[in-house]
Design a protein around this ligand. Sequence first.
Ligand code: 5GP
Ligand code: ZN
Length: 114
Amino acid sequence: MNECIFCKIINGEIPCEKVYEDDKILAFNDINPEAPVHVLIIPKEHISMINDINEENVQVVSHIFLKAKEIAAKFGIDESGYRIVTNCGIEAGQTVFHIHYHLLGGRELQWPPG
Ligand code: 5GP
Ligand code: ZN
């Protein structure tokens, strides 16, 4: 778990452009943005992926969504529209195995993503 890059970002071992932080979650700009707004929202507790959500840790997911809409409003994209995505597993394109929610917006987004 201590090799997890997102845990290292939470610990301050790896720097990030912080967007929001509280006792439960951290939000920061994606290092390789796919849209004008591309924020990653992560729980401070290490959870690898959706498959590891359970009755004990599920509350952080609703907290992430409550804060996601505030972050979208902060960037001025709450009215125009935005997307929240979490990739679960290899075929979905998950590359970092600390659960994270991509908040994407600031341009017209294609659907389906491919
Ligand atoms: P995934 O492919 O797992 O859904 O998304 C991982 C995301 O993390 C990618 O969009 C990638 O650009 C981002 N990422 C990977 N390493 C770092 C890092 O060290 N700092 C930041 N800010 N983002 C990262
Ligand atoms: Zn982690």
